[in-house]
Design a protein around this ligand. Structure first.
Ligand code: 5GP
Length: 120
Protein backbone atom coordinates (compact mmCIF):
# COMPACT_ATOMS: atom_id res chain seq x y z
CA UNK A 1 0.00 0.00 0.00
CA UNK A 2 1.20 3.51 -0.76
CA UNK A 3 2.01 5.75 2.19
CA UNK A 4 -0.21 8.82 2.66
CA UNK A 5 0.96 11.95 0.86
CA UNK A 6 3.05 14.29 3.06
CA UNK A 7 2.49 17.97 2.21
CA UNK A 8 5.81 18.83 3.89
CA UNK A 9 7.96 16.89 1.40
CA UNK A 10 10.60 18.97 -0.38
CA UNK A 11 8.96 18.81 -3.81
CA UNK A 12 5.62 19.96 -2.38
CA UNK A 13 7.51 22.98 -1.01
CA UNK A 14 9.05 23.60 -4.45
CA UNK A 15 5.57 23.39 -6.03
CA UNK A 16 4.26 25.94 -3.53
CA UNK A 17 7.25 28.21 -4.17
CA UNK A 18 8.42 27.94 -0.57
CA UNK A 19 11.92 26.86 -1.59
CA UNK A 20 13.66 27.76 -4.86
CA UNK A 21 14.39 25.47 -7.79
CA UNK A 22 15.98 26.00 -11.20
CA UNK A 23 12.83 25.48 -13.27
CA UNK A 24 13.08 24.37 -16.88
CA UNK A 25 9.41 23.76 -17.72
CA UNK A 26 5.98 24.24 -16.21
CA UNK A 27 2.39 23.75 -17.37
CA UNK A 28 -0.99 23.00 -15.77
CA UNK A 29 0.02 19.40 -14.99
CA UNK A 30 3.72 19.31 -14.31
CA UNK A 31 6.83 21.14 -13.14
CA UNK A 32 10.39 20.33 -14.21
CA UNK A 33 13.57 21.56 -12.52
CA UNK A 34 17.26 20.71 -12.34
CA UNK A 35 18.30 18.07 -9.80
CA UNK A 36 20.34 19.62 -6.99
CA UNK A 37 22.94 16.80 -7.27
CA UNK A 38 23.19 16.12 -11.02
CA UNK A 39 24.37 12.69 -12.20
CA UNK A 40 24.69 13.75 -15.86
CA UNK A 41 25.30 17.06 -17.73
CA UNK A 42 21.51 17.33 -17.92
CA UNK A 43 19.63 15.89 -14.93
CA UNK A 44 16.10 17.21 -14.67
CA UNK A 45 13.26 16.04 -12.42
CA UNK A 46 9.70 16.15 -13.74
CA UNK A 47 6.90 16.05 -11.16
CA UNK A 48 3.11 16.09 -11.48
CA UNK A 49 1.30 18.94 -9.74
CA UNK A 50 -1.08 16.50 -8.02
CA UNK A 51 -0.45 14.92 -4.63
CA UNK A 52 1.07 11.56 -5.61
CA UNK A 53 3.75 9.69 -3.69
CA UNK A 54 4.98 7.53 -6.54
CA UNK A 55 4.20 5.79 -9.80
CA UNK A 56 2.00 3.41 -7.75
CA UNK A 57 -0.72 5.83 -6.66
CA UNK A 58 -0.31 8.04 -9.73
CA UNK A 59 -0.90 5.23 -12.21
CA UNK A 60 -3.84 3.83 -10.24
CA UNK A 61 -5.57 6.98 -8.96
CA UNK A 62 -4.76 9.92 -11.25
CA UNK A 63 -7.30 11.07 -13.83
CA UNK A 64 -6.79 10.47 -17.55
CA UNK A 65 -6.09 14.19 -17.95
CA UNK A 66 -3.43 14.19 -15.20
CA UNK A 67 -1.75 11.11 -16.65
CA UNK A 68 -1.79 12.48 -20.19
CA UNK A 69 -0.58 15.88 -19.05
CA UNK A 70 2.28 14.46 -17.03
CA UNK A 71 3.42 12.02 -19.71
CA UNK A 72 3.37 14.80 -22.32
CA UNK A 73 5.39 17.06 -20.02
CA UNK A 74 8.01 14.33 -19.47
CA UNK A 75 8.20 13.86 -23.24
CA UNK A 76 8.62 17.58 -23.82
CA UNK A 77 11.40 17.92 -21.24
CA UNK A 78 13.15 14.78 -22.49
CA UNK A 79 13.10 15.90 -26.13
CA UNK A 80 14.62 19.24 -25.11
CA UNK A 81 17.24 17.53 -22.92
CA UNK A 82 18.15 15.07 -25.68
CA UNK A 83 18.54 17.81 -28.27
CA UNK A 84 22.30 18.45 -28.11
CA UNK A 85 23.59 14.95 -27.49
CA UNK A 86 21.10 12.47 -28.92
CA UNK A 87 19.17 10.27 -26.54
CA UNK A 88 18.17 10.38 -22.91
CA UNK A 89 17.21 8.09 -20.03
CA UNK A 90 14.05 8.18 -17.90
CA UNK A 91 14.00 6.74 -14.38
CA UNK A 92 11.43 6.58 -11.58
CA UNK A 93 12.40 5.14 -8.19
CA UNK A 94 9.55 3.71 -6.11
CA UNK A 95 9.92 2.80 -2.46
CA UNK A 96 12.87 2.14 -0.19
CA UNK A 97 14.35 -0.77 -2.15
CA UNK A 98 14.71 1.58 -5.12
CA UNK A 99 16.11 4.35 -2.86
CA UNK A 100 13.24 6.74 -3.43
CA UNK A 101 14.23 9.71 -1.25
CA UNK A 102 11.46 12.21 -1.91
CA UNK A 103 7.85 11.00 -1.46
CA UNK A 104 6.37 12.97 -4.38
CA UNK A 105 6.42 11.22 -7.77
CA UNK A 106 9.35 12.33 -9.90
CA UNK A 107 10.76 11.10 -13.18
CA UNK A 108 14.49 11.66 -13.64
CA UNK A 109 15.62 12.76 -17.12
CA UNK A 110 19.32 12.13 -17.78
CA UNK A 111 21.05 13.38 -20.93
CA UNK A 112 24.12 15.12 -22.29
CA UNK A 113 26.64 12.28 -22.28
CA UNK A 114 26.79 8.63 -23.27
CA UNK A 115 24.86 7.09 -20.39
CA UNK A 116 26.29 3.58 -20.44
CA UNK A 117 24.37 0.37 -19.86
CA UNK A 118 21.34 0.21 -17.56
CA UNK A 119 21.95 -0.34 -13.86
CA UNK A 120 20.63 -3.56 -12.38
P1 5GP B 1 15.05 9.74 -5.64
O1 5GP B 1 16.20 9.05 -4.98
O2 5GP B 1 13.91 10.00 -4.69
O3 5GP B 1 14.61 9.05 -6.90
O4 5GP B 1 15.60 11.12 -6.16
C1 5GP B 1 15.48 12.31 -5.44
C2 5GP B 1 16.32 13.34 -6.17
O5 5GP B 1 15.95 14.63 -5.69
C3 5GP B 1 17.81 13.18 -5.96
O6 5GP B 1 18.45 13.03 -7.23
C4 5GP B 1 18.22 14.49 -5.25
O7 5GP B 1 19.47 14.98 -5.69
C5 5GP B 1 17.10 15.43 -5.62
N1 5GP B 1 16.82 16.44 -4.63
C6 5GP B 1 16.67 16.26 -3.29
N2 5GP B 1 16.37 17.42 -2.67
C7 5GP B 1 16.32 18.36 -3.65
C8 5GP B 1 16.06 19.78 -3.64
O8 5GP B 1 15.81 20.39 -2.61
N3 5GP B 1 16.09 20.41 -4.83
C9 5GP B 1 16.36 19.77 -6.01
N4 5GP B 1 16.38 20.49 -7.14
N5 5GP B 1 16.63 18.44 -6.06
C10 5GP B 1 16.60 17.75 -4.90
Amino acid sequence: ATQPYDDQNIFAKILRGEIPARKVYEDDWALAFHDINPQAPTHVLVIPKGRYVSWDDFSSEASEAEIAGFVRAVGHVAREAGHVEPGYRLLANVGSDAHQEVPHLHVHVFAGRPLGPMLA
